[in-house]
Design a protein around this ligand. Structure first.
Ligand code: GDP
Ligand code: GDP
Length: 485
């Protein structure tokens, strides 16, 4: 007896946070307007299945947004749990994100949950309504999904490429599969495990974290709170003095090693000594770290010692997360009767005082009440991934086409002509510009290029280094002649 067509037809599941455009994409793919499209998040919809054919192959499509009934749909775990039935059945999954919003921790979490399913997974970066916006989709590569497609569900652009990619990734129906005994070259490469899934199975990389800041900002309180909220393993390192102790914490499958926790708790006997010690410790801890938590006291704001310590963090090439601690004394929960500080305004002030750390995310927490400490872990996870991110030369070339280098305001003599650019290394991400002149790049040129790279690829939390290399004429000369002859 033939299997009913409906269960044999591969299912494509559309997943994502509310309002990213899942139902618009669903409608686009099935070519009708059956789903309800609305701006209100949390709108109740029925489970929505539709059918479509593409390149002669039938597909069923499910909009999992339709199966999440309440406000819990904002929580990635809940999105995942409620969509689970559809995901289990799915032959391929499309995660949808909104290109107009910043990539946030919940997206990272949802992507991680989806990657674990080890099913063909594609990322549709939606609301890319014009070609100029396409490079923005690259920002979302941080989610660790290799198949990234900019689309505009509303206008339909990119939908064809997306469906082509879906069909490539899901196995052909039974009859066709039997005929194709020898896998073709393209099929072989597609059945190998994608790189991101291999990473998922490998033991988690450890991120080394330094907690730095001037005396009394709350470093030891924060350390206690961070190691208290997660499973902490105290591990003395062999061969060092007894009081040099690291503490390792596991959170959401990632490991964080807080460096020299005894040092973080050590206090100077006098105020001046404590201040000096905090700078010495910061430099020492930065050396051993990947990421620094630069802790500030919300009551005091940024002082010159903070700027000095932050400056060391910046120069060290480590990633930085700015932690505004004691927010309980300044924000909405303040009890001294004064008007609560506005977070956005406060952030602006911090940014102004620590301009050179413009790439560092800021979190507002209270170490003593435990409020928002989870945000520290989300940011740590994000910046740790960002500093190890690699942009392929192909991506780089596509990006270069979008950059107008003449816009950099640089003295004429120091202007260079850019031929191409490659990423030479990670942690911190270092780029080499191949240009016509062997000159030290003007600092404003360096900053211009750095900003452009950031706009296209993110690199949140990490400094970017840029080097210039003159494309050697000597090297090119002989090769040209050789080709001619
Ligand atoms: P869902 O909650 O993920 O199912 O999102 P919806 O499909 O209901 O879309 C949320 C909002 O985004 C609606 O106002 C849509 O009109 C809008 N939207 C969806 N796709 C696009 C797009 O490609 N471009 C733009 N500009 N807006 C879109
Ligand atoms: P460190 O010198 O940077 O290690 O700072 P400590 O962790 O010793 O904290 C200095 C003081 O600030 C202590 O009295 C803490 O109780 C207090 N403190 C730390 N974090 C917070 C916070 O989030 N809110 C409030 N209200 N007090 C805090």
């Amino acid at each position: 007896m033939p299997i009913p067509a409906s269960t044999q037809t591969p299912l494509l599941a559309i997943v994502g946070r509310p309002n990213v455009g899942k139902s618009t994409l669903f409608n686009r793919l099935i070519g009708s307007r059956r789903a309800i499209v609305g701006d209100e998040p949390g709108i109740t919809r029925d489970r929505l299945y539709g059918e479509t054919t593409w390149e002669g192959r039938a597909l069923r499509v499910v909009d999992t947004g339709g199966i999440i009934p309440d406000e819990k749909e904002h929580i990635p775990k809940e999105i995942f749990r409620q969509a689970r039935v559809a995901l289990d059945e799915a032959a391929a999954i499309i995660m949808v994100v909104d290109a107009r919003t910043e990539l946030a921790a919940p997206d990272m979490e949802l992507a991680r949950l989806l990657r674990r399913l080890s099913k063909p997974l594609l990322l549709a970066v939606n609301k890319v309504d014009s070609r100029q916006q396409e490079p923005e989709a690259e920002n979302f590569r941080r989610l660790g999904i290799t198949e990234v497609y900019p689309v505009s569900a509303e206008h339909g652009t990119g939908a064809a490429e997306l469906l082509d990619a879906v069909l490539k990734l899901i196995p052909a129906p039974a009859q066709e599969a039997e005929e194709a005994i020898e896998p073709t070259e393209s099929e072989t490469s597609e059945t190998t495990i994608p790189a991101d899934e291999q990473e998922e199975k490998a033991p988690a990389r450890e991120t080394k974290v330094a907690i730095i800041g001037h005396p009394n900002v709350g470093k030891s309180t924060l350390l206690n709170a961070l190691t208290g909220t997660a499973r902490a393993i105290v591990s003395p390192i062999a061969g060092t003095t007894r009081d040099a102790v690291d503490e390792t914490v596991e959170k959401a499958g990632a490991r964080y090693r807080f460096i020299d926790t005894a040092g973080i708790r050590r206090k100077g006997k006098t105020h001046l000594m404590a201040e000096k010690l905090s700078v010495v410790m910061a430099r020492k801890h930065l050396e051993a770290a990947d990421v620094a938590l630069l802790v500030l006291d919300a009551v005091e704001g940024v002082n010159s010692l903070d700027a000095t310590i932050g400056g060391y963090a910046h120069e060290s090439g480590r990633s930085v997360v700015i932690v505004v601690n004691k927010w309980d004394l300044v924000g909405p929960t303040r009890k001294d009767g004064a008007r609560p500080a506005d977070r956005a305004v406060y952030e602006q002030q911090v940014r102004r005082a620590l301009k050179f750390l413009d790439y560092a995310p800021i979190v507002f927490v209270s170490a003593s009440t435990g409020k928002h400490l989870d945000r520290i872990f989300s940011e740590l996870e994000l910046v740790a991934a960002e500093r190890r991110k690699r942009i392929s030369t192909a991506q780089m070339n596509r990006f270069l086409e979008t950059v107008d280098f003449d816009r950099a305001s640089v003295p004429h003599r120091q202007k260079v002509k850019v031929f191409y650019m490659t990423q030479a290394s990670v942690a911190p991400p270092t780029f080499v510009l191949f240009t016509d002149k062997d000159v030290k790049l003007h600092f404003s040129y360096e900053r211009f290029v750095g900003n452009q790279i950031r706009r296209a690829f993110g690199f949140i939390g990490t400094p970017i280094r840029i080097k210039n290399r003159a494309r050697s004429k000597v090297e090119l000369g002989p090769r040209k002649r050789k080709r001619r002859g």
